[in-house]
Design a protein around this ligand. Structure first.
Ligand code: FAD
Length: 564
């Protein structure tokens, strides 16, 4: 594997390339895979880490988008359901089925307000009764009838529902349960797309901490954020996959655009035993009193609660404010009125900006979640066309990338060699399909490595079958659990640093692992990991200290987390 220095050297020498993709969130990474599979020389850059924008801040649902049916977006729901099913198969290590329960408080409400929306007149939804939920879930089942891999929905009477879930608000008239999916490590899956692509093609390169700065007629200037060095590239096509930053990026490319109308969304990670128990392993998909849909579901031993939806102009300013925390905690109270959740149960919070299409709708939930490609054609000012990837969902990244790639192939006059529809991603390759295969994998790895069965289970959950090289690296030399986090070992951390393009300490803490997300980070642990990374990268003591301070500052400012 090339390290960042080699990649940088290659970029210095390449200069002319077919496609420059700016932005390595899920849409940039998905397209990078499509293009490298075809052998098209491509450079993918991101001004921060890979998958550090909206792609790291989602609700972690891989879903059809039941709610979008209200906005008359049946086509989007169909496509999302298809892509959801593909991800369950192709990324089985991270994308897993999730039974989802909707508490229902009336029989018919929402039916009247749904009609004008169906005919394109936006109205705010308040109260979705049993009839409207039944209609939505029946459509969900209908759309997946030909490729059913998850069970159909069921309704449960009030008496039965409360018997099974005594914590639920007794005001319900019943519940409905259907299936969607969730993703455990979106940042890692995005990175895996890039790593898979890098194994394929040697004339394509992906690099983090490299920003697009400015452009001239046929060149683009990019800047290495770690050193300040500027490089000039000559692309045939520029793809602007910078999400909420799309208009700012077009500005740097000398073009004015108003494609994006971002809304910020916040989430909480809650450590509360009663709440975890009350989820019963399911997602709760419920309506707040203002009619907005909120969600909560068990997430790696904690509960993920979301979200808000607030218009925002500058994506750099997106942080979760206290009133959003209160909003989300109050919404939980409406379905579990007797579960006491205090602010100290919130172990992590995060916020990101949905790169939605520019819209003057007052009701943010009704802005389309569909994706589109906005093309700025070549002109006297720029030789290359600029493709801006607007909107979309995590769930639909592959379909969006496929469509964008097809447009690019048409311009470059190449024909497609293969589709990504059935290609497994990263540790999803040969992932055990059932308990028997899982046991076989664990027994095999146990006899090869001597690691305990429990440790191997953990590694399989974290990395899928990509745990194999991790295990091989761990047992190659003396290893020991971290002093301040027994679930990780020194060599596991070293493996991630060596093989996963870690530039800053926060890449490791926030995106290669879930240490911060799950509220497991302490100052002592940060120092311990900082010293391992420092030794491996030959950082001076001063650099280690700077990296620790940088992480502390990001956690404090962006996540309101004060380390103890
Ligand atoms: C709160 C919230 C909840 C969501 N929930 C879900 C969900 O449950 N399920 C679902 O399917 N989808 C969900 N989404 C939608 C989904 O996460 C996004 O649509 C998707 O991640 C967008 O990916 P992207 O690659 O277009 O943008 P991003 O992930 O934002 O990537 C853009 C990248 O561009 C980089 N960049 C910006 N400027 C420059 C520059 N000048 N030079 C180089 N790089 C630059 C940024 O650093 C960033 O990494 C949610 C989104 C949010 C915000």
């Amino acid at each position: 594997m090339m390290d960042r220095k080699d990649i940088l050297n290659n970029i210095r020498n390449i200069k002319e390339i077919s496609v420059l993709i700016v932005g390595a969130g899920i849409n940039g990474a998905g397209l990078y895979r499509e293009l490298t599979l075809q052998g098209i020389p491509t450079i993918l850059i991101d001004k921060h880490d890979f998958s550090s924008g909206a792609s790291a801040a989602s609700s972690r649902m891989i879903h059809g988008g039941l709610r979008y049916l209200e906005n008359n977006e049946a086509q989007l729901v169909k496509e999302s359901l298809m892509e959801r099913n593909r991800l369950i198969l192709n990324a089985a290590h991270y994308v897993k089925p999730l039974p989802t329960t909707i508490p229902i408080f009336s029989w018919f409400s929402g039916t009247l307000s749904a009609l004008p929306k169906f005919f394109g007149r936006p109205t705010r939804n308040v109260g979705r009764g049993a009839l409207i939920v039944k209609l939505g879930l029946s459509l969900y089942d209908f759309y997946t009838r030909k490729q059913r891999i998850l069970p159909k929905h069921i309704f449960t009477s009030r008496k039965k529902a409360l018997g099974k879930r005594p914590e639920l608000n007794p005001g319900i008239i019943g519940t409905a349960t259907y299936f969607d999916a969730w993703i455990s490590y979106p940042e890692r899956l995005c990175l895996e797309l890039i790593k898979d692509s890098n194994l394929l093609e040697h004339n394509s390169l992906a690099i983090n901490y490299m920003s697009l700065e400015k452009s001239s007629y046929d060149t683009v200037v990019v800047k290495d954020k770690t050193t300040g060095e500027c490089l000039t590239l000559k692309p045939d096509i520029v793809v602007n996959a910078t999400g909420a930053w799309i208009d700012l990026t077009n500005m740097a490319l000398g073009k004015k655009s108003q494609f994006i109308g971002g809304t910020k969304g916040s989430h909480l990670v809650i450590d509360n035993k009663e709440l975890i128990k009350a989820t019963q392993g399911q997602m709760l998909f419920y309506e707040n009193e203002d009619g907005r849909i909120c969600i909560l579901f068990p997430f790696q031993g904690k509960v993920l609660v979301g979200s808000t939806d607030i218009k925002i102009d500058n994506p750099e300013e997106a942080i979760c404010h206290n009133d959003e925390v209160e909003y989300m905690l109050n919404a939980v109270k409406q379905i579990f009125p007797n579960i006491k959740i205090s602010n100290s149960d919130v172990v992590f919070q995060f916020c990101g900006v949905r790169p939605l299409p520019n819209s003057n709708s007052d009701v943010t939930a009704q802005i389309s979640r569909n994706h589109s490609i906005e093309i700025i054609p070549p002109s006297k000012a720029n030789k290359y066309p600029i493709y801006s990837l607007v909107g979309g969902k995590w769930t639909t990244f592959r379909a969006f990338s496929e469509k964008t790639a097809d447009d690019i192939f048409a311009i470059l006059n190449v024909s497609r060699r293969m589709y990504t529809r059935d290609i497994s991603i990263g540790g999803g390759k040969n992932f055990p399909k059932d308990m028997l295969e899982r046991k076989k994998w664990i027994d095999k790895m146990h006899s090869q490595s001597g690691l305990s069965l429990g440790k191997l289970e953990t590694l399989l959950e974290r990395y899928g079958t990509e745990a194999e090289p991790v295990v091989a690296y761990m047992v190659k030399d003396n290893d020991q659990p971290l002093e301040f986090h027994k679930e990780y070992t020194c060599r596991e951390i070293m493996y991630l640093v060596r093989n996963e393009y870690v530039v800053h300490l926060d890449d490791l803490i926030l995106r290669r692992t879930t240490i911060a997300l799950l509220g497991e980070l302490t100052y002592s642990l940060l120092k311990e990991i900082g010293s391992i990374v420092g030794k491996l990268n030959n950082w001076s003591e001063n650099t280690v200290e700077k990296e620790i301070n940088r992480t502390v500052e990001i956690l404090s400012h962006k996540h309101n987390l004060k380390l103890k």
